[in-house]
Design a protein around this ligand. Structure first.
Ligand code: GCO
Length: 451
């Protein structure tokens, strides 16, 4: 039995994936192109020239993959719906075959006693909407609400938790400023419309899901405790700016109904030409949980002279490193959870850890076992300090398409041979199965994800 602290009755253990990273079948059953199809096929964008065209062939192997989750004994499975399967051009009539796939998936989970946690947007925006400006265009938020309504109407009676957006900060920063993710833009000024329209899309989707489902709604941000490189004013200022953009920009408007101080640098225009009357009321509708994706802290210094960004990220030395060269700092998860509690107080809803995991290639992966155990202990420490946490989903069930790294980073409890599609459970799979088995059911026997 894993040497781990006890979690309260009803606490859920699960696994996370995302559509473009595992499904493949990118041109089947009416699916339209997404910005990730376009980006991955652009020369030089993805390590090794990899694409998500085939990935883990989950679209055709979903039943045996759900059997793997059931073998784990996981209580929850977080996956994402590919918008281009539901509406190939991001608007207009439903593509029935696409929605039918997720209908079967949700029924398959129910048949195995696994709660579906559904992410509506895990970065695969329909390319046709990007051609109209993407998130820089306010209309995209309206299209997202229509998409959310269609999915809510079909799946809303069985979904146990909705996640509107996955990591809007990462999608904004890496996709629209650094250009290393889709849509591959380098917007160095006037980024506020992208930020605001993502948040507005979240708010409009909350309204749509309220109309079509009784399940709780959240969104998942990638949070990172920010460590200033020194006590100098310059490093402290840079760290404060980074903390604002990564940790507060996509959370304050939702939980406080206001942007964090200092956000104005994201535009040269009058903010009232972007933030319309009533928008913040839509964005700040109550959510019933907050999704937290955690990987590591951020060590921040003032940028070198002439650098375009107002901060510089430094490597964190002195900690074990994953195969992705990310530092392993489990206490960073405790720091960020207690930090969220300190900042948001009684406005902070219960937390779901929607992602936590590491890139590690070995089948005999004690490294991954130790990683997950460390994060679980950090979660327990935060709960003992008063933070309400209702579940933990590790990233990921399967090795999969790791964005700009292609298939060179392996995050799965299960190894995937991408030449044969053979799945091989790692040692961490068996270990995590024991963690799931130790989960105490809630008094009513079938715990609600929000507890
Ligand atoms: C993210 C995404 C996942 C990644 C995982 C490892 O957090 O970037 O949600 O799709 O694959 O986090 O980077």
């Amino acid at each position: 039995m894993p040497d781990l602290p006890q979690f309260p009755p009803g606490f859920r253990f699960g696994v996370s994936t995302a559509a473009y990273q595992i499904e493949g079948a990118v041109a089947e059953d009416g699916r339209g192109a997404s910005i990730w199809d376009t980006f991955a096929h652009a020369p030089g964008r993805i390590r090794g020239g990899d694409t998500g065209d085939v990935a883990c062939e989950h679209y055709h192997r979903w039943e045996s993959d759900l059997d793997l989750i059931a073998r784990l004994g996981a209580g929850a499975y977080r996956f994402s719906v590919a918008w281009p399967r539901i509406q190939p051009t991001g608007s207009g009539p439903v593509n029935a075959a696409g929605l039918d796939f997720y209908d079967r998936l949700v029924d398959g989970l129910a048949a195995r006693g696994i709660d579906p946690l559904v992410t509506l947007f895990h970065w695969d925006l329909p390319q046709a909407l990007q051609d109209e400006g993407g998130w820089n265009n306010r209309d995209t938020a309206m299209r997202f609400a229509e998409y959310a309504e269609l999915v809510g109407e079909r799946l809303g009676d069985r979904v146990k938790l909705w996640i509107t957006l996955n990591e809007p900060y990462i999608h904004f920063a890496l996709g629209h400023v650094q250009g290393v993710h889709a849509p591959g833009l380098n917007m160095l000024t006037d980024q506020l419309p992208v930020v605001h329209h993502l948040l507005l899309a979240h708010g409009l989707a909350v309204s749509a899901l309220r109309r079509t489902s009784s399940a709780p709604v959240t969104l998942a941000n990638n949070y990172s405790p920010v460590w200033p490189a020194s006590a100098s004013d310059e490093d402290q200022m840079a760290a404060a700016v980074y903390d604002m953009v990564q940790n507060h920009l996509f959370t304050d408007p939702i939980l406080f109904g206001a942007y964090p101080p200092g956000y104005e640098f994201l535009t040269t225009a009058d903010v009232d030409s972007i933030i319309m009357e009533g928008d913040l009321e839509v964005i700040s509708q109550p959510i019933q949980a907050l999704g937290v994706n955690y990987y590591n802290p951020s060590l921040i210094a003032a940028p070198p002279p002439g650098d375009l960004l107002p901060f510089a990220r430094l490597p964190i030395e002195g900690y074990p490193q994953t195969a992705f060269d990310w530092p392993v700092v489990p206490d960073g998860l405790r720091q960020l959870l207690t930090g969220l509690k300190e900042r948001y107080g009684d406005k902070l809803p219960p937390i779901w850890i929607t992602e936590s995991g590491c890139s590690w290639p070995d089948i005999d992966d004690q490294f991954r076992i130790d990683y997950i155990a460390g994060d679980l202990r950090a979660v327990r420490d935060a709960m003992d300090a008063g933070v309400e946490v209702h579940g933990y989903c590790t990233w990921s069930l399967l090795d999969n398409f790791e964005w700009a790294e292609g298939y060179h980073q392996r995050f799965g409890l299960v190894h995937v041979d991408f030449d044969t599609q053979e799945r091989t459970p790692r040692r961490s799979f068996e270990w995590y199965g024991q963690v799931c088995a130790a989960a105490a059911p809630s008094p009513d026997g079938h715990p609600d994800p929000t507890g």
